[in-house]
Design a protein around this ligand. Structure first.
Ligand SMILES: *Cc1c(COP(=O)(O)O)cnc(C)c1O
Length: 350
């Protein structure tokens, strides 16, 4: 099986396991776990924020951020298809208390325009008492459901400025911010400019077995630590995992290889006549007539993918090699040829 379902399926390699085994740890609720602290400091620095907090998952990181930005009766804006809208079981609404409103991605894949934000945020703060108050813009870079599409730094700065003008706070869901930074060839901090909070994952392209972080001001992280505890995220000797996350940050540059593999896969599929846009990072979205049937026939030839946004999603990651991408294409090509031969045989009989 060649597993292209997600970049979360990677196995910690020998070196990462050794780092975890040797990690300096302590109870991170009663005291401070030194490995967790080291990861948080490094993450804050990379993201250009005063502080960061480790969380077990990206979903918890987003929920903590949204809980601090939103009060019941508030509304928040997020690009259509955003993870906080579609993949977090509505916790932004039922736990953080904010009514979600999708923004049209009219500037490009996964990217809303400033005008769209301005329109939806108009009068956010002057709303009468019986109306929802728009409090937050939640961006996503790269945008998962849009096929790992990236927002460049200049456009990001404009969107943040528009949100600020309208009196909104800004959270960035940067689960794959590392991929966006590598694809755009900018430091990660260039993509967090002006945001109040940002979440990132170490468990995706970077290969850690688990772990995310949420970053922002010192005051935000103080509140976030209490919220993490409320949510049951007060992990004790978390340093065993944090050490893997810190080690995973050394893999940042390797993401370029995943992006090249995604491009190789996309162009190969296009040669077979598949409807595939050029990937901007490590996610390839293929438009096919019948998604479930395609996923089944891919599984039959030992290729795993997932449905996403009405398409077939392939994700490249550090546990698939370029040779394996070529093998995927070879198997798909072979399967096509077999089908064509069957077709010819049936037409000949008819
Ligand atoms: C994966 C992901 C998350 C968080 O996922 P977890 O599985 O909870 O770590 C958040 N946002 C986006 C865009 C993601 O792709």
């Amino acid at each position: 099986m060649i597993d292209l379902r997600s970049d979360t399926v990677t196995q910690p390699d020998e070196r990462m396991r050794a780092v975890m085994a040797a990690a300096d740890v302590a109870d991170n609720v009663i005291d401070v776990d030194p490995s967790v602290r080291a990861l948080e400091e490094r993450t804050a620095e990379l993201l250009g924020k005063p502080a960061a907090l480790w969380t077990p998952t990206g979903t918890m990181a987003n929920l903590i951020a949204l809980s601090t930005h939103l009060r019941r009766g508030d509304k928040f804006l997020a690009p259509r298809g955003a993870h906080v809208l579609t993949n977090e079981l509505g916790s932004a609404a039922w736990l953080a208390g904010g009514m979600p409103e999708p923004i049209d991605t009219d500037a490009g894949p996964g990217r809303p325009s400033s005008a769209a934000i301005r329109r939806l945020a108009a009068g956010a703060k002057q709303a009468p008492y019986y109306m929802l108050r728009t409090a937050l813009l939640c961006l996503e870079n790269s945008h998962n459901a849009a096929g790992g599409a990236v927002t460049p730094p200049d456009e990001h700065v404009q969107l943040v400025a528009t949100a600020r003008d309208s009196g909104l706070a800004v959270h960035l869901d940067g689960a794959r911010l590392w991929n966006a930074a590598v694809a755009l060839d900018v430091p990660p901090a260039a993509l967090t400019v002006g945001t109040d909070t940002v979440s990132v994952c170490f468990s995706k392209g970077l290969g850690a077995p688990m772990g995310s972080a949420v970053a922002g001001s010192i005051g935000f992280v103080e509140q976030a630590r209490r919220m993490r505890q409320m949510l049951g995220g007060g992990v004790r000797q978390g340093g065993v995992v944090a050490a893997a996350c810190l080690h995973a940050l050394e893999n940042l540059d390797d993401l370029a290889a995943d992006h090249a593999n995604a491009e190789r896969l996309a162009s190969g599929l296009r040669e077979f006549g598949w409807d595939v846009a050029r990937p901007e990072t490590n996610i390839v979205l293929a438009g096919v007539a019948d998604v479930p049937a395609t996923l089944t026939s891919l599984r039959e030839i030992g290729v795993l993918a997932l449905p996403m946004a009405g398409k077939v999603r392939f994700v490249t990651h550090r546990d698939v090699t370029t040779a394996e991408i070529d093998e995927v294409l070879r198997r798909i090509g072979e399967e096509r040829a077999r089908r064509d031969r069957r077709h010819e045989a049936t037409s000949a009989r008819a």
